[in-house]
Design a protein around this ligand. Structure first.
Ligand SMILES: Nc1ncnc2c1ncn2[C@@H]1O[C@H](COP(=O)(O)OP(=O)(O)OP(=O)(O)O)[C@@H](O)[C@H]1O
Length: 264
């Protein structure tokens, strides 16, 4: 199995605050309180996992961050405190969902480059960018394949590549590996960490899998049951993310702490 040697994942995180979730609440249809008083600062380069019981508002906060839904009260601010030029624009946010949602009649390369096609980028230019990300997700040579010719894990790689093609500063991943088998999931962990390291992106990641959250993240935000809010955040200490890490006492201890917090 591949390994990602991230000697010091913390070095990846800068001090710039990329976005601030400020006192966000969300009430659907006047009476379903999905989120209440949620607060979090996200720094540039962080990899934050959100874990919490079903229905605690994880997808809701992602939709609000992406601008697909409005908070009932509070705000998500994209103001950069240190540099206006580095401010996050909502068009620089990529989204990956649990299901790959590929267009079955389009080739892998055409699926990946769809966001650029919609922006009116020329075919030549978008194919150059498409091939670049295709290589990044380990699918070089599959340009002309159709989605049905790919395994579930490969389809997820295509979906990730489609989110990466527009070079997002922030990547929102809503349970992207939830439907995959364990081996495929672990391989994709390494791929994702390599991409994260290479691109300097900030990643927000929803998962029900505590192991996955500890392995991938620099920070874990545990959410409480509905109405959802962040009950606790855990900073993940520096470590090399490789196969050995999964069997260290530090890994097990953190899993224990996060799991305990989830039981509250
Ligand atoms: N468009 C909507 N209209 C009404 N209620 C909604 C809507 N979207 C979500 N909800 C409700 O808001 C709550 C939070 O939903 P959300 O999908 O954000 O939770 P989640 O933590 O992502 O859940 P899961 O882990 O099961 O995916 C749930 O009770 C859900 O039924």
């Amino acid at each position: 199995m591949e390994t990602a040697q991230l000697a010091n994942p913390k070095e990846h995180t800068k001090e710039n605050v990329l976005l601030q979730i400020k006192n966000v609440s969300k009430i659907y249809n006047g009476d379903i309180v999905a989120l209440t008083d949620m607060n979090l600062d996200v720094k540039e380069g962080e990899f934050i996992s959100f874990v919490g019981p079903s229905g605690c508002g994880k997808s809701t906060i992602f939709k609000i961050i992406a601008g697909l839904s409005e908070p009932t009260t509070g705000s998500v601010e994209l103001t950069n405190q240190t540099s206006k030029q580095e401010e996050l624009d909502r068009t620089e946010i990529g989204f990956v969902f649990q299901h790959a949602t590929l267009l079955p009649w389009k080739s892998v390369l055409d699926n990946i480059t769809l966001p650029l096609e919609l922006k009116g980028v020329s075919k030549k230019k978008r194919y150059i960018q498409g091939r670049e990300v295709l290589e990044m997700v380990g699918l070089k040579g599959y340009e002309k394949a159709l989605p049905r010719q790919l395994s579930g894990g490969m389809q997820m790689r295509v979906s990730i590549a489609r989110a990466l093609v527009a070079k997002p500063k922030l990547l929102l991943m809503d349970e992207p590996f939830g439907a995959l088998d364990e081996i495929t999931r672990q391989n994709l962990h390494y791929e994702l960490l390599k991409i994260w390291e290479k691109t300097n992106m900030t990643v927000l990641f929803i998962t029900h899998n505590v192991f996955e959250s500890v392995f991938l993240s620099t920070k874990i935000a545990v959410m409480s049951a509905r109405p959802g809010r962040i009950s606790h955040t855990f900073d993940v200490p520096e470590y090399e993310r490789n196969e050995q890490f999964r069997s260290t006492p530090e890994f097990s201890q953190l899993i224990g702490k996060v799991s305990k917090e989830l039981e509250h």
